[in-house]
Write a protein that binds this ligand. Structure first.
Ligand code: HEC
Ligand code: HEC
Length: 374
């Protein structure tokens, strides 16, 4: 009898819980059924934007169905900084990609709207239009247009439904006009998530960083490096036979300061390749030998983007250099360019001095990239 009674209470509790959970679920607002949805009275004559691709950069691939226009870029910038993209209107893309931190957030793991931490560290968006070999630390998104769909619905990031975001945009007083000006829609209800992410991608393609001291010294030859900076450069690119090879340029080379390729840079000690707590590239390709490989990120603005690596394990550039100098941990797929470097204190300092030349103040302070809502 007692057993049955507690059973009844248990079921009553479960039913009450289900009712509570259903009640607290968010319902989609219906698409507005409006009388003032017509936008054809607003002129549509977008101004094409030509991007000056910096010296030695690869071609900027722009999808033919999403050409850059002034109106599209302006709209994308507003969306990028708009808290309405998150469930409780408290966060935007920029919450985790702040200009002053080289478009990262200065945290090892990024905090999402629900107060939950993501599993990886935010990434810089400098020269993101040139990431031609996959986006994210593991390359799981191919194009910026695909990528921008994800953070909005990610429970660890903005945790909002695109349908609800689109409704907020349709109902807002300004967005319908901006979508009309950028994409020529005729009716407010033609605002879609696809158009929203196209605009965000346009804005992202303008985030070009190529005006650091590094550019002046080693790409445009406008100035002379200090002795320390030159030593750092010779170490980084293995240019000077008289100093050790630091091997950095093999993975972080070219004017982009990344090859955009995937490597195991020996940060983890594992017995077998299945043991990485984050499989990285391997989870995407399903290839065992890709486990523990991550995309070598650009080192542009690296002095602004601490902490370092996909999980923010290193707090300082000094710690990063100590890791590389040690050669890291030997595993089945660690890269051949990872080995003890034998750098002395002066050489380590020179590498750090070189990394500091990669800070591009004119990029992080560019008025065109800041919050347009302020
Ligand atoms: C809660 C923090 C957070 C928010 C909000 C956020 N991001 Fe990110 N972003 C990250 C993290 C963390 C990564 C790396 C994730 C990974 O590799 O799995 C990332 C990666 C990216 C990348 C890939 C960069 C590269 O080099 O491959 C792009 C592009 C990007 N975010 C754009 C956006 C846009 C656009 C928005 C808004 C729609 C946004 N992010 C919102 C944290 C965030
Ligand atoms: C074998 C290729 C390889 C070599 C050689 C290499 N790196 Fe890396 N580097 C990577 C990869 C891959 C990552 C990202 C790893 C991760 O997060 O798990 C990385 C990350 C970094 C980061 C952190 C970036 C960030 O945004 O958090 C810094 C800084 C860095 N490397 C500097 C250097 C320097 C300096 C050298 C030379 C001493 C060097 N790297 C040599 C592949 C390499």
């Amino acid at each position: 009898m007692r057993f049955q009674c507690s059973n009844v209470w248990f079921y009553a509790f479960v039913v009450a819980l289900i009712i509570f959970l259903l009640g607290s679920c968010r319902r989609d607002d219906p698409t507005p059924d409006c009388t003032d949805c017509d936008l054809t009275g607003i002129p549509f004559s977008p101004t094409p934007r030509t991007v000056q691709v910096p010296v030695d950069f690869p071609k900027l691939e722009i999808p033919s169905d999403n050409p850059l226009t002034e109106e599209g870029i302006a709209l994308g910038r507003r969306l990028f900084y708009d808290n309405r993209l998150s469930a409780d209107s408290s966060m935007s893309c920029a919450s985790c990609h702040l200009p002053e931190f080289g478009f990262t957030d200065g945290n090892a793991f990024s905090l999402g709207v629900d107060g939950l931490f993501g599993k990886r560290s935010s990434m810089s968006l400098a020269n993101i239009g040139f990431a031609f070999h996959g986006l994210f630390w593991d390359g799981r998104a191919a194009a910026l247009e695909d990528q921008a769909l994800l953070p909005v619905e990610d429970p660890l990031e903005l945790h909002e439904d695109w349908a609800r975001v689109v409704n907020k945009l349709i109902r807002s007083s300004e967005y319908p006009t901006w979508f009309r000006q950028a994409f020529g829609i005729n009716d407010k209800r033609e605002i879609t998530r696809e158009l929203a992410v196209k605009a965000i991608a346009q804005f992202e393609r303008t985030l070009i960083s190529a005006n650091s001291r590094y550019d002046a010294l080693f790409i445009r030859f406008e100035d002379f490096p200090t002795e320390e900076e030159q030593l750092g450069y010779d170490l980084f690119f293995d240019f000077e036979p008289a100093v050790p090879d630091a091997e950095c340029g093999h993975c972080h080379g070219s004017a982009l300061l990344t090859t955009n390729n995937y490597f195991n840079n020996a940060i983890d000690s594992v017995g077998s390749l299945t043991e990485f707590s984050d499989l990285g590239r391997g989870k995407v390709t399903g290839n065992y030998l890709d486990n523990g490989r991550f995309r070598a990120p650009t080192l542009r603005n690296i002095a602004l983007t601490a902490p370092y690596m996909h999980d923010g394990r290193f707090q300082t550039l000094e710690e990063v250099i100590e890791h590389y100098n040690s050669g890291g941990h030997v595993t089945e797929n660690y890269d051949a360019n990872m080995h003890p470097l034998g750098l002395n204190q002066k050489q380590k300092q020179a590498l750090i001095a070189l990394l500091h030349t990669m800070t591009d103040t004119s990029f992080v302070q560019n008025p065109s990239f800041q919050d347009p809502w302020k």
